[in-house]
Every structure is written in structure tokens, then in C-alpha cells.
Write a protein that binds this ligand. Structure first.
Ligand code: AMP
Ligand code: GLY
Length: 413
């Protein structure tokens, strides 16, 4: 089978690595990929949002199956377009991906189908200035559309709320609706499921570490590290999430005439009143994919096949007994102004077979690999428990250097 993977970050590196182990796969292409992905896949120089060019490539190269990593092409309708052209593709349609691409759609949907989520009001940016003066703090402000991790501000008082709205205007979100949401307290966790339009099964749990610095200090990022499974997920909690959130979500979508095929990311706050949805994403997370996929023993192509051909009820997933820890190495200046072009040293020093290096923002320059983006590498280790996996991951991190390298020391602690 010839596979095309769309995207070029750490999540896609983990996907390509996983797919490369499938005996059913003869060749992998990745558009656009990165320097590390090139060891398993042929890179295709097409950006992930160039739907026409991606479709043309898939047709001309007789791609048997396309797997979409990031949210952008999903929100642009890549799945609709490929399907209309008779091509096999894994991921939700544009309509289904609205659960991620519009926070207002998602909030209204959750309200309608009584899925536990924070109370929220919707306002234009201008009207939001008025509205925040009447609200009990703290609040969470969110822009409606995709914002690559920049669209959420937590405000503890009216001044911070006003500054948050000013910031949204500054980053060009002035015309979008704003969600003004009640602040929830609890433990955050991610719950992944896979759906084939009718059947939905749990995939895995994970925990992301979103703030830049240790002990959750510093700005929000795309994710500085992750662990899987999430340690506090009891069987009872698992069942609560399936019963109160996952099944009603798939049923609600179906009532709206939307068939959800693909991975659904359920971002949860585990509160004293049970699990609440913070956000839905229409895809695997990054870095979460870098801890979920290395634990999965089932062939990813078998899973994708089961989804596309509506046979998910016949699939049983099998997993490594081990746990996974991923530490992200980010470039100098991340997340505000990442610096590019710094040579990365030590990539060939890591010999431990329990460790995998997933590239994300990297570029080949002659014989060198250099930084090219905010999050540069994800170092994933498997271990019999969290402390063993952590130890192996951090030992490997110690072998790698580049100028201005930033990482957290407390992933999985
Ligand atoms: P989101 O992109 O919606 O997941 O928001 C990014 C981060 O903001 C989440 O990972 C949480 O840490 C935080 N957050 C979002 N919504 C809430 C909320 N209602 N209460 C508390 N924290 C929140
Ligand atoms: N790590 C968060 C995300 O993928 O959205």
C-alpha cells in the first residue's frame, strides 16, 4: 500500500514511524514532513493547507490511503475533497471538524446535547469589553476559530480580561466571536477515541504539559511534553467519560446529520463534579501522539481500514504494557518568537532502544540538522513505570544540544 501522511510536526513523525512498521505498507510519502521524517518517508514539498496540490499529488502517484495529521487541512475540507474524488482518506469531514475549528459551534453543540462543559457566553470582540465587566472572575476568553494555541486567555480580574481582548485584536482576531467561559478547576487530561461514523471505541488517555516552564509556569504552548496513559484514569472515570461525554457526542453529531470518522481528542477537566469538556480536537494531539502511538501494538493501517470500512466493532486494540514519556525540546524564543537555524548536536548519541526521537521543527542543511520552528524534537521513552520512562527520556535529553534549547524538567512528575 502507498500511504500519504499530511503534516510535518512531531505528531506526523510519530504517525510515519508507526506506519513504517506495518507489513502492509510498501511506501510512505509525507507532505511536507521534516528532516527526521525523511528517514522513513519520501518528503513531498507541498504545505498541509494546499488541498488542490495534495489531491493532484495523490491522484498522480496512485496513493492508496491518505492520513491527515493537523487540524488546518481538516477544517478546509480535505477529507470531503478526497472522498469526492474517490480517494481513501482518514479523518473527519469539514462539518465534523467544526467541533475543533469553531469553539462557538462546539459550545452550542455541547449545550444542546447536555454534554458537561463550562458555562459560556458568546459576544463580538467589541461587545465582550462590556460583558467582562459583569462577570464573576476568573474567566477564560477564547476566540472562535483555529489559533494554534494562541486563542485562549485566562483572566483573574477585569484588567487581565481587557488585556486579553486587546491581545486578541492585536493578533488579528478582531472580527471573530469570543467565548467568555467560566473557569473550571481540577486536573486536566486528554481522552482519545476513534469513531467510524457509528461505532466509537476508546483509544488511549494522555496528559499534556502545556505551559512552557516547570511547575506550570510561563506562557501556554502547543505542549512541552506528555505522558500516556494518564495515571489517574480509574475504570470508573473511564466509563463516566464514555457514558456522559463520548457516546452523547457521537449520537448528537449523528442527529445533526454529521458522521464522525477518525480520531476525536477530548480535552477534559476532571472536576469535583466529574469530567467536563474543555475542548474537542478533530485529530491526534501533539505531543500526545508521540506517547500514544509508540504504545500501540495494533497496526495503524488496520485501525484506519476498520474506520473507513465501518468495521470498528470488529477491531480489538492491543497495547504495550509499558508507559510512555515524551519531553519536547523547543527552540530559543519559543513560543513568542522561535529562533531558527541552530545546529542540533548529539542526535546519533542515543542508543537506548526504549527511546525514539521524533523530529518536528528540524531542517537538513548540508550535513547538519538545524532548528526550524518552535518545537524542535520530541524525545519519547517507554518504561515499566513512569519513573523508569522519565529517567530514560531525560537521559536521552542530556545527549542533545542546540543553542537556546528549552525544555521542562518535570514531565510526568
Ligand atoms: P483549550 O485550547 O480550550 O484547551 O484551552 C487551552 C488551555 O486553557 C487548556 O488546556 C486549559 O489549561 C485552559 N482552559 C481552557 N478552558 C478552561 C476553563 N474553562 N477553565 C480552566 N482552564 C481552562
Ligand atoms: N497538545 C495539544 C494539542 O495537540 O492540541
Amino acid at each position: 500500500m502507498k500511504i500519504l501522511v499530511i503534516g510535518g510536526g512531531g505528531r506526523e513523525a510519530a504517525l510515519v514511524h508507526k506506519i513504517s512498521k506495518s507489513p502492509r505498507v510498501t511506501r510512505i510519502f509525507c507532505a511536507p514532513g521534516n528532516a527526521g521524517i525523511a528517514s522513513h518517508a519520501t518528503r513531498v514539498p507541498i504545505a498541509d493547507d494546499q488541498i488542490d496540490s495534495l489531491l493532484k499529488f495523490a491522484k498522480e502517484n496512485q496513493i492508496d490511503l491518505t492520513i491527515v495529521g493537523p487540524e488546518k487541512p481538516l477544517s478546509l475540507g480535505i477529507v470531503n475533497r478526497f472522498r469526492e474524488a474517490g480517494l481513501r482518506i482518514f479523518g473527519p469531514t469539514k462539518e465534523a471538524a467544526q467541533l475543533e475549528s469553531s469553539k462557538v459551534f462546539s459550545k452550542n453543540f455541547m449545550r444542546k446535547y447536555k454534554i458537561p462543559t463550562a458555562n459560556a457566553e458568546v459576544a463580538t470582540l467589541d461587545a465582550a469589553y462590556e460583558k467582562i465587566t459583569t462577570m464573576k472572575m476568573p474567566i477564560v476568553l477564547k476566540v472562535d476559530g483555529l489559533a494554534a494555541g494562541k486563542g485562549v486567555v485566562i483572566a483573574n480580574n477585569p484588567n487581565e480580561a481587557k488585556a486579553g481582548l486587546d491581545y486578541f485584536r492585536k493578533i488579528g482576531k478582531g472580527t471573530e466571536d469570543i467565548l467568555i467561559e467560566q473557569y473550571l478547576t481540577g486536573v486536566e487530561a486528554t481522552f482519545f477515541v476513534v469513531a467510524d461514523g457509528e461505532v466509537v471505541i476508546p483509544l488511549a488517555t494522555a496528559k499534556d504539559h502545556k505551559r512552557l516552564m516547570d511547575a506550570d509556569h510561563g506562557p501556554n504552548t502547543g505542549g512541552m511534553g506528555a505522558i500516556s496513559p494518564a495515571p489517574f484514569f480509574t475504570p470508573d472515570l473511564h466509563e463516566q467519560v464514555m457514558t456522559r461525554i463520548v457516546r452523547p457526542t457521537l449520537k448528537g453529531l449523528s442527529d445533526e446529520g454529521i458522521s464522525y470518522q477518525g480520531v476525536l481528542y477530548v480535552g477534559l477537566m476532571l472536576t469535583n463534579d466529574g469530567p467536563y469538556v474543555l475542548e474537542f480536537n478533530a485529530r491526534l494531539g501533539d505531543p500526545e501522539a508521540q506517547v500514544v502511538l509508540p504504545r500501540l501494538l495494533t497496526d495503524w493501517i488496520d485501525l484506519v481500514d476498520a474506520v473507513i470500512s465501518h468495521r470498528l466493532d470488529q477491531l480489538t486494540l492491543t497495547w504495550e504494557e509499558q508507559v510512555a514519556v515524551c519531553v519536547v525540546l523547543a527552540s530559543k524564543g519559543y513560543p513568542d518568537a522561535p529562533q531558527n537555524g541552530d545546529e542540533i548536536f548529539g542526535l546519533d548519541q542515543i542508543k537506548d532502544s526504549a527511546v525514539t526521537i521524533f523530529h518536528s521543527g528540524t531542517k537538513q542543511e548540508g550535513n547538519k540538522i538545524v532548528t526550524s520552528g518552535g518545537r524542535v524534537l520530541g524525545i519519547t521513552a517507554l518504561g515499566s513505570d513512569l519513573s523508569e520512562a522519565r529517567e530514560k527520556a531525560y537521559q536521552a535529553v542530556g545527549s542533545i544540544q542546540f543553542s537556546g534549547m528549552q525544555y521542562r524538567n518535570d514531565i510526568g512528575k
